[in-house]
Structure formats: structure tokens, C-alpha cells
Design a protein around this ligand. Structure first.
Ligand SMILES: C[S@@+](CC[C@H](N)C(=O)[O-])C[C@H]1O[C@@H](n2cnc3c(N)ncnc32)[C@H](O)[C@@H]1O
Length: 783
């Protein structure tokens, strides 16, 4: 008799998992019986049920049913015959599970040799694999991550289904049935128990991926067979029968019923987590596991497949926690008074607050108000603060946070009792904390998400040193912005960084550190044959003093362009005369085409920020500021001013837009070389740091006697229309001092690129209080 092609296919699929026909045969026979020869159930998910049954050993270990050898009908006879006659199957690549494409059948270890390990390995390729996170590597291959992602976007699930014909469904609708019953925990589809997945021809659901229920009801013929007493599970609470929506939708089956088994519940039983099971899985050999067996099995799976190493890990506890979270979430979200629910801020901030005598905020931000708070007083803990690698955080929490921001709300000024200040904070991601609210990612605006700044490191790891932030003065959180460590072109700016444009005159053939050599270095040619830096990595005194002098006496160092790009950008048909720009002293650093190394003393600013800084909320009404946490010598490099590279035209347009929305821009004109000839529009540039910037965006202005001075640095571009804007200490600065620089604002000029602010620098040279001076330097930052 010709072999049954279905059987052949099943053999082949199992063969690709390294399972021999002799192992498949008895299990397949039993499954055929169990499923009433419903091949669809066996074929589903590339023979997932078959593979699972073999690995679990459930079916094959069952005692033989008395009707074992009775051929019920032709098909069974044929199938059994085929099971005997079929040729050894060749591995069929198309049928292999994804992620196993490199496992040739020959290299697959024999299950009989290493049954335990083999089971785990194979499961990773089958059912267990579906519970794993996957990351797509740069080569486009799907990789399995070490941990499951509970709130993973369903789109990342692509590629998890086997390459079977139902692949054609990908990109359309998932093949799961989604009957939502009240009180069910909603989890993403990639967490649905595979045993409860319905065949592919069942109706598809309309629910978004993130609202798929964990409990699923598969189709089955009308029956209440499931009311088995075998299970031993106390189903008093949850053993109810429910009707699936699919039946109502398609009307194909009269009634499909399912039963729930409660596997966990919150303390008072308000929330229960139950598994629905269907009589479709209850053949004559149906054996319901006890709750204990189920949890034990799941625990084993977690240990093996998800590599959970915590010896105290308990699936039962995890499920209970899920119930607690559900309860907490649902009661919080129904309760409008949650707006005033509060939590304790992070420890370091509380300590600071206490020291300061005022409540403080750390890792906290006013979550852009309006939609979140009617009175503007609701404060939301920083998302990043919660996920700080140094904070009370575990990788397990991370995956949950990937798709849902855990946010604790507080209004410290009103709600934190003084007795709470300085108390040990709760684990902010503990499910037992009643101060947490889980906000689905889709409810957050881009600005909300951006605004989550890590209290320990506002740079999010982009700099060598972490730069924390603190607010001892108000409940405000740092403004939303994206931290970038290097300038980035916004759109039209022409910044041509190409090696071919760097000629011999713009690079040196030195070896080692140029500043230590006695020989001439070509990179100093443009700065008078002298290095600006000392061997100790400070600005040379003389150079620094010249820069400070230029800054103090702008009028004497001003030039006026014939065709000013700034005026041109206004494009109002009437070209105003140039108001003047400052001609500054340049530094040319060595770069990639030079012979010296990265540690060359003439590559200072490109090595990044090395001093210890902190963002803090100023008490003088200047908003946020930057301070040093260590003493700085005179001439030390502090940081670069980093932002988006905009053309002046783009800045003009952005200013108009921002003015409409009452937002600020923080621009620095890169105008120090505009006198070299006609500057094209795409080469008249500025840096703008309001939305994308580095730590320098927090440095406030101080008139004249600021402790930082700005210096243009040429690195990778031979042309000076694009350069770096570095800030150095203009004098010794003591730890805790605020860092300031003179923006060069003319407070009398109201026709500047951006609106002016009322200067609160406190300097006795403040130009704003005198409202005179008439500095002719072009405006930098204002707000
Ligand atoms: C580059 S930002 C500095 C960081 C800013 N303070 C913040 O909170 O994000 C420039 C803005 O800070 C404010 N600012 C800077 N220096 C100031 C000063 N001396 N007095 C008052 N406000 C100042 C102005 O609003 C200005 O537009």
C-alpha cells in the first residue's frame, strides 16, 4: 500500500527535529486516535502537538487503550499501514522550524542518547521556542534571546511560525481564536499556551495583538466531556463553562464549550488566572494534570528554556503576582483619585531633599502635564530611573517595561508626609508596590517616552562618565530631549566628512602623541605652529587668555559679512545689514588621517567628557543647570556643545514653529568663519540642542564672568563652516559650582534668531540689568 502522504510528512517533520520514525510511530498512532484522526490538529504548527507529545512522553507512556488495534475506519487502517510501510523520510527543509535551519538532521543528537538535554534543545525549536524573545540580527537572521518578552510586540513574532503553507497568512491576521472572558489577564499572543491554539482554519480575531487573552478556547464538538474528575484540580472557583465568540461568529458549530482551571488568584480572590481547556484535547486517554504538576512542568521549562537561574523562582508566585498586578492595575485605572496617589522617590533624592530641607525629586519628571494632570501637580517617576542598570531592577522587569512603562505617580509637595522623606524606597518595580501604575506604551506620547531620563545617567550611557540629575528645588523633571553625544545633521546642512577632502596640510604624519614631540606637527599650521593644549591636557594659558579676551571684548573682534547668511535666512525680500559675528581663535585637532594615535594630546575633545558633572535644578529661576562635582583646573575641557546641525534657514523655520508652540530653541551659530567669502545657504550652519543635544544644553548663560569659555575646534572638516564648539574652564572651578558661559546675547536686540529671556545670571556685569552695552555678537541661546 502506498504510504499515506500525511504520515510521510509527519515523519519528515519529526526527522528534521532529529526524531526517528520508530519514536514517531507509536505517538502518532495515539494522537490520531486522540484527535479522532483530525490531521489538522496534528499538523498545526508544524506538528507541534506531535513533537510535544513525543518530548513530553505523555502519549506514548499512556497505557494502551483496549481498542488499540481496532481499525475504526479506512483512513485509520491506511494510516496504520502507512506507519509501517513508509520509506525512511528525507529531511524536508521547508518543514523545519525556523531557528533550526542550521541543524542538519544528521547533526541532531540522538534523543535516545541524551534524552533530557535533547528534550530541552528540541523544545527550543518547537513549542518552547515560541515563548522566547527573538532579535533580528544585522544579517537578518532571527536570534533567540535568553529571556521571554511578556509584552513583546506581536510583529516580532514573525518568523516563529514554521514555513508551512499558512505562512501565507503572515502579515494578514493571526490564526488564533480570541474569546475574551471578563477578568482574564490580557497578554500578547506570543504568550498564549500553544496547546490551546486553534487550527488555522478557525476565524481570526479582530483584537489588537497586545489585547490577546492568555486563556484561549479552542474549538471542539459540542460536549461537556471536559468535566473530568481525573484532574484533581479544585475547580470550584473557575470551572465554568463558556461559549466562544467564534461559534457565534461563524455559526459552523452549534456550541463550543470550554472549562477553566484556576491556577492562581489574588489574596482575596478578586482576580483569578485560569486556563481554559477544551474537550478537543480530551480523547479517551485524556489526562488532566494537577495544578502542582502543571506548575512544576512550567518551572522546569522556565529553568531549561528561559535559563532562569534564580533558585527561588516560582511559577506559582509569578502567576499570583500577575493576579496582583491585574488587581492593582484595574483598581488604579478605575479610580480617578489615582492622580494623587503617591510613592516614595528614589533614595538618593530623598537624602538630598532631607539635607536641603525641601522635598526633592530624583529620577522624576513632570510628565508633560495637560493630559495627565489637571492641576499640573502630578509627577511621574522617570521611566529610565526605574530601568537604571544600577537601580532596583532585574532583567525580568525589563521585558515587561519594554512595552509598558511602569510609572509611579507622586506629588511630593502635597502628598509625601515628612515622615516619609528619607525612608527606604520600595522597589519601584515590585508588583507589591501600590504606587506603581502600568501605562501601556500606546498611551504615552513620544514626548512622554523621551522625557524618561535616568536619574543616574541622563546621557543613557552615551558618555564615558555617567551624569546624574537631581532636583532639590521643585518637583520638575528634566525636559524631554534625546541625548546625543555627537552632532547630527538634521536635514539640509552640507557637512562633507570625507577622507579624500583631508589633504596633507590637514593631517600630520606624527607617531605617538603630537604634543610630546619636538618635531613640527602639520596640524598646528592653522594655529600659528603651536598646540593649544599642554601635555597635561589643558588649554595653554596664553591661548586661553586670548579666547577669554575675545569673549569679553566682542566689538574688537567682530566682522561683518557682505551677504549675511543670518539675514538672508529671513528671506523677507529686504536684506538687513549684517549685525556682526565674532572672529574666534580656532584649534585644529589631529584626526583619523594623522599618524598619531587616539591618545594623542592633540585629540582632546574627541575623547569625550571626562569630568564628573551633574544636572541640577537651579534655585535662581534659570531652570535646569549643569555643575561640576569635582574641582576643575583652569583650561580644562568640560564638554562640547552638541546638537542637530541645521542650516540657518532651517533654524529660522524652526524658530517660527517653536514660537507658535511656545517652545524654545537652543541654537549656536557656527559663524566664526563667515567672513571668508560668500557662504552658501547649505553651509551657513548652526547647532540646535533643544530636542537633540548633549549635556551642554543645560549650561546656563552668565554675562561676562562666566566660568566657561567657548572655542571652535576643527576636527574632521577642513572647511570652517562646520566645526565643533567646545567649552573649557576659564578659571579654576570648585566642586558644586554651576558651570556657565556667556551666550553672547545682546539683550537689547529683539531681532535675534530666538526670543530673549530675562537674565538671572547674578553677575555684577549682567548686561540684562544694565540693558545697555550693545554687544554686537550674534545671538546664541535664548528662550
Ligand atoms: C541652553 S538652555 C539652559 C538650560 C535651561 N536652563 C533648562 O532648564 O533647560 C537656555 C535657556 O535657559 C534659560 N537660561 C539660561 N541662562 C539663564 C539666565 N542667566 N537667566 C535666566 N534664564 C536663563 C533660558 O530660558 C534659556 O533659554
Amino acid at each position: 500500500m502506498a504510504p499515506n502522504p500525511k504520515v510521510v510528512a509527519a515523519y519528515r517533520a519529526m526527522s528534521s527535529l532529529g526524531i526517528s520514525e520508530s519514536q514517531v510511530k507509536p505517538v502518532l498512532k495515539k494522537l490520531l486516535k486522540l484527535y479522532d484522526k483530525n490531521w489538522e490538529l496534528i499538523e498545526e504548527g508544524n506538528y507541534r502537538a506531535l513533537a510535544d507529545a513525543i518530548f513530553e512522553g505523555d502519549v506514548s507512556e499512556e497505557p494502551e487503550h483496549p481498542k488499540k488495534n481496532k481499525r475504526v475506519n479506512e483512513e485509520e487502517a491506511e494510516a496504520e499501514e502507512a506507519l509501517i510501510n513508509v520509506e525512511p523520510a528525507q529531511p524536508l527543509k521547508r518543514l523545519r522550524l525556523r531557528g533550526q535551519e542550521n541543524n542538519s538532521p544528521s547533526s541532531a543528537p540522538s534523543p535516545s542518547k541524551k534524552p533530557h538535554i535533547e528534550k530541552a534543545t528540541a523544545l527550543e525549536g518547537s513549542s518552547a521556542q515560541r515563548h522566547q524573545n527573538k532579535a533580528v540580527s544585522s544579517d537578518g537572521n532571527t536570534r533567540i534571546a535568553a529571556r521571554p518578552g511578556p509584552m513583546q510586540d506581536a510583529s516580532s513574532d514573525r518568523g516563529k511560525q514554521p514555513a508551512l503553507p499558512q505562512d501565507s497568512l503572515r502579515g494578514r491576521k493571526p490564526i488564533y481564536e480570541t474569546t475574551v472572558q471578563p477578568g482574564r489577564l490580557m497578554l500578547p499572543s506570543n504568550q498564549m499556551p500553544h496547546a490551546l491554539i486553534v487550527p488555522k482554519d478557525e476565524p481570526v480575531d479582530e483584537l489588537p495583538d497586545y489585547e490577546r487573552p492568555i486563556a484561549m478556547v479552542p474549538p471542539e464538538p459540542t460536549s461537556l466531556r471536559h468535566s473530568s474528575t481525573k484532574s484533581g484540580i479544585n475547580r470550584k472557583q473557575g470551572g465554568h463553562v463558556s461559549e466562544t465568540s467564534s461559534q457565534q461568529k461563524n455559526g459552523v458549530r452549534d456550541k463550543e464549550v470550554a472549562s477553566d482551571v484556576v491556577i492562581a488568584s489574588s489574596a482575596q480572590g478578586e482576580v483569578k488566572l485560569s486556563l481554559s481547556y477544551s474537550s478537543a484535547i480530551q480523547g479517551p486517554d485524556f489526562r488532566m494534570p494537577t495544578q502542582e504538576q502543571l506548575l512544576k512542568m512550567m518551572e522546569d521549562r522556565c529553568l531549561r528554556s528561559y535559563k532562569i537561574t534564580d533558585p527561588n523562582f516560582s511559577v506559582a508566585k509569578m502567576f499570583r503576582d500577575i493576579c496582583d498586578c491585574m488587581l492593582e492595575f484595574s483598581t488604579d485605572s478605575n479610580d480617578n483619585s489615582q492622580e494623587s496617589c503617591m510613592t516614595r522617590p528614589t533614595m538618593d533624592v530623598l537624602k538630598e531633599s532631607e539635607a536641603n530641607g525641601t522635598p526633592g525629586v530624583g529620577g522624576s519628571k513632570d510628565l508633560d502635564t495637560g493630559s495627565h494632570s489637571s492641576n499640573g501637580s502630578i509627577q511621574v517617576n522617570s521611566f529610565s530611573a526605574l530601568v537604571s542598570p544600577r537601580g532596583p531592577y532585574s532583567p525580568a522587569h525589563q521585558s515587561a517595561l519594554d512595552d509598558a512603562a511602569m510609572i509611579s505617580k507622586m506629588d511630593i509637595s502635597k502628598d509625601i508626609p515628612q515622615s516619609d522623606v528619607g525612608m527606604q524606597p520600595e522597589d519601584p518595580v515590585s508588583p507589591n508596590s501600590n504606587s506603581l501604575v502600568v501605562v501601556p506604551r500606546h498611551q504615552l506620547t513620544v514626548d512622554d517616552i523621551r522625557s524618561f531620563h535616568d536619574v543616574h545617567d541622563i546621557t543613557k550611557g552615551e558618555e564615558i562618565n555617567q551624569i546624574p540629575w537631581v532636583n532639590k528645588t521643585t518637583n520638575d523633571f528634566p525636559p524631554p530631549f534625546n541625548y546625543i553625544p555627537q552632532n547630527l545633521v538634521f536635514q539640509d546642512a552640507y557637512v562633507n566628512i570625507s577622507l579624500s577632502r583631508i589633504g596633507a596640510e590637514d593631517s600630520c604624519p606624527c607617531i605617538g602623541s603630537c604634543v610630546l614631540l619636538s618635531t613640527h606637527c602639520a596640524c598646528t599650521d592653522k594655529t600659528g605652529g603651536e598646540f593649544a593644549y599642554t601635555a597635561q591636557g589643558l588649554l595653554k594659558e596664553e591661548f586661553l587668555e586670548e579666547c577669554i579676551a575675545i569673549s569679553h571684548n566682542p566689538r574688537q573682534h567682530c566682522f561683518y559679512c557682505k551677504d549675511c547668511p543670518l539675514e538672508r535666512s529671513k528671506n523677507n525680500g529686504y536684506l538687513e545689514p549684517c549685525k556682526g559675528h565674532l572672529k574666534r581663535k580656532f584649534i585644529k585637532e589631529c584626526w583619523r588621517k594623522c599618524g598619531c594615535g587616539k591618545q594623542c594630546g592633540n585629540r582632546l575633545i574627541q575623547r569625550g567628557i571626562t569630568c564628573n558633572l551633574q544636572v541640577f535644578f537651579t534655585s535662581e529661576g534659570k531652570g535646569w543647570g549643569l555643575r561640576t562635582l569635582e574641582d576643575l583646573p583652569k583650561g580644562a575641557f568640560v564638554c562640547e556643545f552638541v546638537g542637530e546641525i541645521l542650516t540657518i534657514k532651517e533654524l529660522h523655520e524652526r524658530n517660527i514653529k517653536c514660537a507658535e508652540n511656545e517652545k524654545s530653541t537652543y541654537p549656536i551659530l557656527l559663524d566664526t568663519d563667515w567672513d571668508s567669502g560668500f557662504v552658501k545657504d547649505e553651509e551657513a550652519l548652526c547647532l540646535e540642542a533643544a530636542s537633540f543635544g548633549n549635556i551642554a544644553r543645560f549650561i546656563n548663560h552668565r554675562c561676562s564672568d562666566a566660568n566657561l569659555v567657548e572655542i571652535p575646534i576643527q576636527i574632521e572638516c577642513p572647511d570652517r563652516y562646520y566645526y565643533h564648539f567646545a567649552l573649557f574652564s576659564s578659571r579654576k572651578i570648585a566642586a558644586q559650582e554651576e558651570l556657565t558661559w556667556d551666550y553672547g546675547i545682546d539683550f537689547d536686540d529683539h531681532d535675534q534668531p530666538v526670543k530673549l529671556f530675562e537674565c538671572k545670571c547674578g553677575s555684577k556685569f549682567c548686561r540684562n540689568t544694565k540693558r545697555s552695552n550693545g554687544s554686537t555678537r550674534s545671538a546664541s541661546i535664548s528662550g
